[in-house]
Design a protein around this ligand. Sequence first.
Ligand SMILES: Cc1cc2nc3c(=O)[nH]c(=O)nc-3n(C[C@H](O)[C@H](O)[C@H](O)COP(=O)(O)OP(=O)(O)OC[C@H]3O[C@@H](n4cnc5c(N)ncnc54)[C@H](O)[C@@H]3O)c2cc1C
Length: 594
Amino acid sequence: MSIPVLKFDAVIVGAGGAGLRSAIQLSEAGLKTAVLSKVFPTRSHTVAAQGGVAASLGNSEEDHWTWHMYDTVKGSDWLGDQDAIEFMCKKANEVVVELEHYGMPFDRTDDGKIYQRPFGGHMSNFGEKPVRRSCAAADRTGHAMLHAMYQRNVKANTQFFVEWMALDLIRDEEGHVLGVTAMEMETGQVVIFHSRATIFATGGAGRIFYSSTNAFINTGDGLGMAARAGIPLEDMEFWQFHPTGVAGAGVLITEGVRGEGGILRNSSKERFMERYAPNAKDLASRDVVSRAMATEIKEGRGCGVNKDYVLLDITHLDPATIMKRLPGIHEIGLQFAGVDCLKEPLPVVPTCHYQMGGIPTHYSGRVVMPQGGDMNAVVPGFYAGGECACASVHGANRLGTNSLLDLLVFGKSAGDSAVEDLKAGRAHRALPKDAAEKSLARISAIDNRKGGANVHETRLAMQRTMQDHAGVFRFGDMLKQGVEKILEVEKAARELEIKDKSMAWNTARTEALEMENLIEVAKATMMSAEARKESRGAHVRDDAPDTAEFPNGRNDKEWLKHTLFSPVDNSISYKPVNMQPLTVEPVALKTRSY
Ligand SMILES: Cc1cc2nc3c(=O)[nH]c(=O)nc-3n(C[C@H](O)[C@H](O)[C@H](O)COP(=O)(O)OP(=O)(O)OC[C@H]3O[C@@H](n4cnc5c(N)ncnc54)[C@H](O)[C@@H]3O)c2cc1C
């Protein structure tokens, strides 16, 4: 079958913050640039970000990028690469001011500067006291950012392919990346995008968990495509959780609910936090609450048919107070849980929020992988930025508002590196004859299989396995079982069947293709988590010894290293954390936070 080939200098998969930022660099350099997205660009998940973007502008009080760097290294529980963190924090002011010049409507201080608000973990003078570092546009920072960058791209003549789904990475025998295959969702037509540079900015994969704050499109397609092309995934055991998301829907319920007097209860209506934190009770720190919730559920005291959530009860509060202080929560309860929180408790569960790991990259945005003894050999023609990439600046735990910064800094550097490599003469390389074979074979298998697995059931089995076995608080035995279970789910995911064979807008086929990506991420997560026998950042194991030598279960002697999961043979290897410049030596953290 002859497949149409579209030729571009650069093809970018993803039109969220990272993809749009990269595209600006390429299009403004005069390069013919295509951006593919499953949804209209401004509907990418970046639009949901509220809090702000970190930069040490010091508009309200003194701040310095080295303080930002210190906080980020510490927040990462020392797993972040210090050269990448230095690069990001140093660049922050430049990329935020650029955004301002693109027309981003930041809030303003009285004297007209960009408004900055305080955020968890942002401190002045190497941990002394809170500092205002998060640059915000009301509680719609991500929304404002996407619109400003989309318009800049329109001006720069970036060519958008909206509602196109990239399917597979095209790599030749020497390992060069030559573009992607993609499907136009409206027609089902498969096309080859042949490029000199390929940039992945496909966002996170929070949908591997049952409860997630992530958009439905966050199915880890970039990670799946990289994995199928033989590229290992880095630090996939590290996922950030928030204690109270609406069970099933995942929508966030603010900590303010417990601040107003909300109480967490188990299946026998017991206020279980009294046992875990007799003083702070329901207002204990996020990690303590999440851990207590996970323990209640594991020990069979969860609620509902599957005993997989707990209740957040505010029925004892004055209804007038709830409607005055928490009107949004009342609305969320009705919309997403079908519960009127004035009369009934809300079902809540620790909820997956952010993926710290991803496709391994250098801070220049170039994708790297182990080859011939070099742990960080560049994959020619391939770049990645944003949540799908692992630079690694977030290490084992991300600091609030550092993700939007990551999109800007690494989106830009991936674009710059691509421009540099193309200007240095990187040409279109000949496409292998079978460039589209893999994708066509996948589609044809899904279309023609009889007696295969149901996509919805397989996805649910994966999400439940991830939630139960690799959730917010992890247990050695549960992780071991989790590996067995996820390998079982993988078998089903490789044997999917769909009933609807139509070409136009076939969402069944799209979901099946997404499932093949999700399972790669889920497997990498479970196996990497089982293998890491310590607690670090967001990866908290109850069987990691908490001793004077290893406070909080963190074992720097053996585990101060990045995980690399190779999907080809399900093997795990490790590479050192870049501790240079050693601005911040590892010290024990007093508590863990999410
Ligand atoms: C509810 C919520 C609130 C948040 N709040 C904050 C905050 O306040 N501050 C902060 O710093 N961070 C926050 N984060 C995190 C941050 O918003 C994300 O990490 C970030 O926006 C991800 O951006 P991205 O560009 O990497 O990906 P996304 O914005 O997710 O975009 C991914 C793009 O890839 C495209 N895509 C994916 N797969 C394919 C495919 N196969 N083919 C074609 N296109 C594809 C999608 O269509 C989309 O355009 C929040 C996250 C969530 C979920």
